[in-house]
Each structure stands twice: as C-alpha cells, then as structure tokens.
Design a protein around this ligand. Structure first.
Ligand code: SF4
Length: 411
C-alpha cells in the first residue's frame, strides 16, 4: 500500500507572509532588469544608484532566494522600508503539500484573483531521479485546448499565469527543498551546480505555455539568467501541443529545449486527440520542428506519445511515427495513459507498450517508457489540479485506492 505523507493539508494551509496586503502590491518577482529599474525610478531612487540597486535585488531574489526585504543585509534600512511599503516578494500560499512514497512532491498553490474574480490554484510537481531533479511547472489555470485524453483539458481556462506566478513555482520549490544554499554563504562565493535539487524544469504542467508566450518567455529568461537562478537552457524544456507560429518564436527568443505532445501520426486521429491539429496539421508542425534552431544528436526534440489501448498503439502507428520523424533529431517518450474518472480511454497493455518501444528502438530512436511517478498523490501526467479541486476527500481516497490497485503490478 502506498504511503502518502501530507505535509501541509488544506486544514493547515499556510498563507504567505502578509498575503492579504502583499496581494495588492506589485511584485518584484518576474520583472526583468529594465522593469526593476523603472519600478525603482518611479519610487524616487536616484538614477546613479539604479544599476547597483537592480543588481543587489537580483542577487537577493534569485541567487539567495529571499522572500523578505528585511533579509537583504546590504540594502540600507530606508531603502528596505521603501521597498516594503510599495512592493512584495512574498511567495504564493501553499494550500497543500504532499510527498509520494517515490519521493515525488506536489504543491497546490493559491494566487490572488488578478482579474479572475476569485483566487486561483495551480499545482507544481517535483520529481527526484538519480542525479537530477525535475520541476514540472504550470503556465495557465485550466486550458483552452481540449486534448481528449487529458484531464486538465476538461477544465475551462480560468486565466493565464503571470511571469511572477510561473517563476514563483520554482522559487517556492527551492525554498521547500532547501535548494537555496547560497543564502548562507558569503556573497560572490560559488556553489557547485551539481549540488542543486532542482536541476531541470519542464513547462509541462497545466495549460498550453505557447498560449501564454510573453509571460512564459519572461519567466524562463529569468530562470536561465546566468547571474541569478542559472538553469542551463539545455535543462529547460517547453512542451507544446503544437502552436506552430510560437514554436518558431520559442527557438529564436527563448532558446530552450522543445517537447511536442504528439500522440498520433495521422491527421484524422490527431485531430481527435489533440484538436489544435485541425489548425496546425502534422505537416506544418513537423516543418517547425525541422527548423528549430540548434538541433543535433545532443540536442533533440522530445516527442510525447501517450499509449492508448487500441487507439494509437499498433505497430502500424509505430512505423508511421518513424517515418514522420525522419531527419529530426528526436527522442520519443512513451507515456502509459493515466486514467481519470469519466474518460473513455484505457492504457495500452504493458506487453503492447513494450512491443511498440522495441520497434522504435530498433529504428534507432531512444524511446523510454516513462515510469509513472507520484500516482499515489495524483501527480502523474494529465492529472493535475482538477482532481484535487473537484474531489472531496472521500472521493479522492477511493480514486487513489483504485489507481494503486490498477497499476500496482506494473511498477
Ligand atoms: S494536453 Fe496540454 S494542451 Fe492539451 S488539454 Fe491538456 S493541458 Fe491543455
């Protein structure tokens, strides 16, 4: 039986420090250097100090990860008081934090309404693996797309997340994992990046990141800034269902790794599974992939392929996949389908998934079968948020028991 530890339950939800007041003030998190400079200028900071103040703030926010202006020891008291009176750097409220028996962690975070009429909640998932740790970040609350196998797609779009809200998922995860070791070392001292707990991020949580391009871009450029959070662009992956025009922009303006939610190799089937395909069919999608800058065997596009029984899991489909990807440095992630209440799909049989994977391997493509992670806390792919929001506790426990019973044997 799975052991699920609920570190912070809904009953013990933690409001961020001075969350009410902070929610009304502009946040410094997510602002780029020019915006920070403009915010300080507007508050009367003399021009000759601006550059130095921006660089101090950048260091406190993104190298040391502080969320309290009073911790900024080398900033004068007057300046700290001014910052406190006008801005916030508070983290989002943690509604719930769960740790799976496989070490996966899931946070349910609450943000102020910002035009949505009520506070919104999103989930962020941390997946520790041998030698690395991946944080799966959400870009929207709900989703406008309706991929038929995805539970998030059944939830209407509430709103886009801001750059601050996207970035604060990373900051909060680092807080909770003790992953800001620089907090306690002298300024300027180096911390080996191999000691980091969050080594990779994937924009693969709730929402279609390329429908929120500007905010996602801002957040990822800050996450990969060498003087701050310093994640390598090779360790940041943006996953899209195929918003073709923004794939070109992602390559040029962000330069991170790309993943495509592919799931079908024929237009008729993909129109059904990933309806955005009607607007940007496979031919256009693959052209955009071929043109993605910097591709090589060491920098491959990941193609996500969910295994749906008797829908897309035949050897004909595997053949079609190899043809489709010809000439693209590619890696294929096979994802056993994670069922959710009300879905008509079933996960392919394990033997069929292995046959499919072998076929692709023999054609020379890496095609790992993604081991489902965090199923006991509903943190697996396509299960985010809707469950924890909509199910009552008793329903959730029953569903979790069903998931464990259904899948226990293939772990
Ligand atoms: S797979 Fe992604 S794009 Fe499609 S409905 Fe789900 S969250 Fe939206």
């Amino acid at each position: 039986m799975a052991v699920m530890e609920n570190l912070i339950g809904r009953e013990n939800a933690r409001p961020a420090p001075s969350a009410g007041k902070a929610a009304e003030m502009p946040s410094l998190i997510g602002a780029d250097r020019e915006e920070l400079a403009a915010m300080l200028r507007d508050r009367g900071v003399p021009e000759r100090q601006i550059k130095m103040r921006v660089s101090q703030l950048w260091n406190w926010l993104y190298v040391r990860g502080v969320s309290d202006f009073d911790a900024m020891a080398n900033v004068s008291k007057d300046m700290r008081e001014m910052l406190k009176a006008n801005f916030t750097i508070a983290r989002p409220e943690i509604v719930e934090e769960q740790v799976s028996n496989d070490g996966t962690r899931k946070w349910l975070l609450r943000y102020p309404p910002r035009g949505a009429g009520r506070p919104v909640e999103v989930e962020t998932v941390y997946i520790p693996e041998e030698g690395r740790g991946t944080l799966c970040i959400s870009s929207q609350v709900g989703c406008t797309l309706t991929c038929s196998f995805c539970h998030t797609g059944t939830q209407r779009l509430v709103r886009n997340l801001t750059a601050e809200e996207i970035l604060s998922q990373l900051l909060l995860a680092r807080d909770r994992l003790g992953d800001f070791p620089d907090r306690d070392v002298p300024q300027g001292a180096m911390i080996p990046s191999s000691d980091r707990k969050v080594t990779n991020i994937v924009m693969m949580g709730m929402g279609e990141p390329l429908y929120n391009f500007e905010e996602v871009k801002k957040a990822l450029l800050i996450a990969t800034d060498g003087d701050g959070l310093s994640l390598s662009k090779r360790r940041v992956t943006l996953s899209t269902s195929g918003v073709v025009p923004e794939i070109y922009r992602t390559g040029e303006e962000i330069g991170c790794m790309l993943a495509i939610s592919l799931h079908a190799v024929r237009d008729e089937l993909r129109d059904m599974l990933v309806p955005i395909n009607k607007k940007y069919p496979l031919k256009e999608l693959m052209e955009a992939c071929r043109a993605y800058p910097g591709l090589s065997n060491a920098r491959r596009i990941t193609f996500e392929y969910v295994m749906l029984k008797d829908v897309n899991d035949s050897l004909e489909d595997a053949k079609g996949l190899i043809q489709l990807l010809k000439g693209v440095p590619a890696k294929i992630n096979l994802i056993p389908f994670n069922p959710w209440p009300g879905t008509n799909y079933q996960c392919s049989d394990w033997a069929q998934i292995e046959k499919f994977a072998d076929f692709i391997n023999q054609a020379g493509y890496a095609s790992p079968i993604r081991t489902p992670r965090g199923r006991d806390i509903l943190a697996a792919c396509g299960q985010l948020k809707s469950e924890s929001e909509r199910m009552r506790k008793s329903e959730r426990l029953a569903f979790e028991a069903m998931m464990i019973a259904n899948h226990g044997e293939d772990d």
